[in-house]
Design a protein around this ligand. Structure first.
Ligand code: S3P
Length: 174
């Protein structure tokens, strides 16, 4: 039987895209980043979708594309940080995939994206660290609830994170 997809969930800026593409190469899986896919399909960047049509519209668009992407096989799927806000998204992704939560910390996330102004949910906050901490607290229970596997990558480098993810996935009895 084919192995299940490896679905990465976690807070924005935790490294889903970077780590996912390396992990996919190591597994000889294809790699897809749901935000990039949305941008290609909608011919618009995420921040523009948010600013023109609002978050509700983005979530509807995201849901539509997650439905398509969750049907893929032999894939590593890196999701947007808010994918867990919709129960159907997760259930679809779980049908053919193992959901791996990349657990990070507000400090590590701030280090990665504190100066990045492309994230619509953080853009208008003068104190981004406070905004990250608040959203992190709200989202953590959802990531934990839906994860088949949790991998703590807060204080480890990219190479180590890749090997921890691969090991957890290989050992997971789906
Ligand atoms: C979001 C995370 C973003 C993107 C959108 C909303 C969120 O993806 O989908 O800005 O709600 O956490 P990344 O996790 O890739 O930054």
């Amino acid at each position: 039987m084919d192995k299940k997809n490896l679905v990465l969930i976690g807070f924005m800026g935790c490294g889903k895209t970077t780590l996912g593409s390396i992990v996919a190469r190591k597994l000889s899986f294809s790699f897809v980043d749901t935000d990039k896919f949305i941008e290609q399909q909608e011919k618009s960047i995420i921040s523009e979708i948010f600013s023109k049509y609002g978050e509700k519209h983005f979530r509807d668009v995201e849901k539509k594309h997650i439905e398509t992407l969750s049907l893929r096989e032999n894939s590593v799927i890196a999701t947007g940080g808010g994918v867990i806000k919709d129960y159907d998204n997760i259930m679809k992704l779980k049908e053919k995939g193992v959901v791996v939560y990349l657990k990070s910390s507000p400090r590590a996330i701030y280090k990665n994206i504190g100066r990045d102004n492309t994230r619509p949910l953080l853009k208008n906050h003068t104190n981004k660290f406070v905004a990250i901490k608040k959203l992190f607290r709200e989202r953590t229970p959802l990531y934990e609830k839906y994860a088949d596997i949790t991998v703590d990558i807060a204080d480890i480098n990219i190479n180590k994170s890749v090997s921890v993810i691969l090991q957890a996935y290989e050992n997971y009895d789906a």
